[in-house]
Design a protein around this ligand. Structure first.
Ligand code: C5P
Length: 273
């Protein structure tokens, strides 16, 4: 028995541009992603037994459908080692919310097991296994902000200074495949792209905001609370606002707390460098 602790941070997308589509339907992306100081935690125990996942989040399946189960399955097959893992997962990152929580948990476990089992897998091997598990997994296998292209497997470090931020969402999940399908339907009749390039941009906003008007309201509230800019992260529905200072963010947070719907989720923090 060998117990180890893992921490898995969330992310936001400062940029998400769709540049094309692969033959298998996956979208080619050009993204800038940064990690944030909100993290899930895992206490893992390497055993001779089976896979057991326990979570504080009742809606999360803890069987083969769980992304951590897929990671273990993949490592067992690839390494031809038989082992069991018991995982106590504390979710803090909202689920299916555009913050990469599941991918981050998967990346942390992949790195943790590579280490604990002494597999010695190369960075390239971990990236190629990671992207099969989830598109955002490679980003979480490395530290720091990254420009991410391909379908999520091509990484290039970028320097982004630490930013105070507030994250909000309406308290319900959004399915990533659904959002990409909405995008494909929209793209069939889309107007020509705007040549103006904004520093914060997310192509998926075009199809998500009209369908989920509460997100426009959340963005407006973030803008009015003193944010420098606001944007939906990933496939949503989490929206973030960036602030010029921690004082401005704290003032914004206090004013937002007085006016938001109690069902909404809100969090105040910073990006990690
Ligand atoms: O890899 P991940 O589990 O995040 O992807 C979920 C779904 O999102 C995919 O099955 C696909 O429908 C869509 N997707 C996509 N192009 C990407 C990433 C995800 O179309 N680059």
């Amino acid at each position: 028995m060998s117990i180890f602790h893992l921490k898995a941070p969330g992310k936001i997308n400062l940029r998400l541009k769709i540049t094309g589509q692969r033959e298998d339907g996956y979208h080619l992306l050009d993204m800038v992603m940064v990690k944030v100081d909100l993290a899930d935690e895992m206490v893992c125990d390497l055993t001779d037994g089976d896979i057991q996942i326990v979570s504080n989040e009742a809606v999360l399946p803890v069987d083969e459908r769980n992304i951590l189960w897929k990671v273990i399955d993949c490592i067992r097959k690839e390494s031809e080692k038989s082992f069991g893992v018991t995982i106590q997962l504390t979710k803090r990152i909202p689920i299916a919310a555009g913050m990469g929580g599941g991918s981050s948990d998967a990346a942390a476990l992949l790195l943790g097991l590579n280490d604990q089992l002494g597999l010695g897998w190369s960075h390239e091997k971990l990236i190629s296994i990671g992207v099969r598990i989830g598109s955002d997994v490679p980003f979480f296998l490395v530290s720091g902000a990254q420009r991410v292209t391909g379908v999520g497997e091509i990484l290039e470090p970028v320097s982004v200074s630490s930013m105070p931020l507030i994250l909000m969402n309406p308290g319900f999940p959004l399915s990533t495949p659904d959002v990409y399908r909405w995008y494909d339907e929209w793209a069939l009749t889309a107007p020509a792209p705007d040549a103006k390039s904004l520093p914060l941009e997310n192509d998926l906003e075009k199809v998500v905001l009209p369908r989920i008007p509460v997100l426009e309201e959340i963005r407006r509230k973030l803008d009015r609370s003193g944010a420098l800019g606001s944007l939906m992260s990933g496939s949503g529905p989490t929206v973030f606002g960036t602030y010029p200072s921690t004082e401005a963010r704290d003032r914004g947070y206090n004013s937002l707390l007085k006016e938001i719907d109690p069902k909404w989720w809100i969090w105040s923090g910073t990006t990690l460098t």
